[in-house]
Design a binder for this molecule. Structure first.
Ligand code: BJW
Ligand code: ZN
Length: 251
């Protein structure tokens, strides 16, 4: 059975849950893509960890600086824009993202729950306090090792304010995301491989609480039961088409 777009038109509380795939069409590599440049030899999980940073801070900081400049120069795509328009088309929308970029906000989404933090905030690896000044991103420069800037208070190394493997997600953000998943009637899971916990629980929680779940992904997604559906294709094409089907040509 295929997804009935009228379910979107009728949704009272819609949850939109996004992963790296929503930003792929803006030129931001996904997490499980082959890495670029110097980082080709490394697993993303080695770079996105406190152990990785401790072992080789310049390697990890260089990777984050490259990603920060990519995001700085990128633009939101039709997928981000369709999600921003959705907020005015349904009674309630909760946007939950695993992404550390700000492309949802720049597309016009007012509030996104960032489960894994943000690239545009820094904190000290030693004393954990937030950095007072954020250095402006450079030109994108692949494959460069860069020494991390220092904390003005304790001279510790600064790190991006993101959630690395083995670290706790921000408790208030995770709780709000779980509650929305349990309360919604429809959840769109867009551009995520669904392998990283605890974020991966979110579509499962929605299904278990009786909601319908629709996956949008370039790769086929295995679905189970009568309330789980999948559409295969790029989010930047699927989402605007879905809005037109649900709300008409002007949506
Ligand atoms: C498109 C597209 C297009 C492409 N259109 N689609 C239970 C079981 C097993 C392990 C664990 C468990 N609980 C916890 C763990 C450990 C670990 C974990 O989950 N490991 C698994 C990998 C096995 N989790 C953690 O460590 C978490 N912390 C935690 O649980 O703390 C509690 C605790 C502490 C101590 C001890 C024990 C417990 C923290 C996880 C933090 C994840 N952080 C990262 C990095 C963030 C910063 C950064 O960006 O650098 O978050 S990892 C990375 O993966 C990033 C992403 O947000 C996240 C998810 O990836 P995502 O978004 O799904 O991207 P991809 O690349 O995987 O997929 C893209 C998809 O898009 C693909 O499907 C494409 O097909 C698709 N696509 N183009 C539509 N145009
Ligand atoms: Zn410090």
């Amino acid at each position: 059975m295929s997804f009935d777009p009228s379910l979107l038109a009728k949704a009272r509380h819609l949850v939109v849950f996004t992963g790296a795939g929503i930003s792929a069409e803006s030129g931001i590599p996904t997490f499980r893509d082959r890495l670029s440049g110097l980082w080709e030899r490394y697993e993303a999980s080695e770079l996105a960890s406190a152990e990785g940073f401790r072992r080789d801070p310049a390697l990890v900081w260089g990777w984050y600086e490259w990603r920060r400049t990519l995001v700085h120069h990128a633009q939101p795509n039709p997928g981000h824009q369709a999600i921003a328009r959705l907020a005015a088309l349904v009674p309630k929308l909760t946007l939950i993202t695993q992404n550390v970029d700000d492309l949802h906000e720049r597309a016009g989404s007012r509030e996104a729950l960032h489960l894994h933090g943000r690239l545009d905030a820094l904190r000290c690896f030693a004393c954990t306090r937030p950095a007072l000044e954020i250095p402006k991103p450079d030109e994108p420069n692949e494959g460069r090792r860069v020494e991390p800037p220092r904390c003005t208070r304790c001279n510790g190394k600064l790190r991006p304010s993101v959630v690395w493997f083995g670290e706790q997600l921000p408790g208030d953000v995770l709780r709000a995301a779980f509650t929305a998943a349990e309360e919604c009637d429809l959840l769109l899971s867009i551009g995520t491989s669904g392998v990283v916990e605890p974020a991966a629980r979110i579509p499962r929680l929605a299904l278990a609480a009786g909601a319908t779940v629709l996956h949008l992904n370039t790769q086929p997604v295995a679905v189970q039961g009568e309330r789980e559906f999948a559409l295969a294709g790029p989010a930047g094409e699927l989402l605007p088409a879905l809005l037109r089907q649900a709300f008409g040509a002007d949506a």
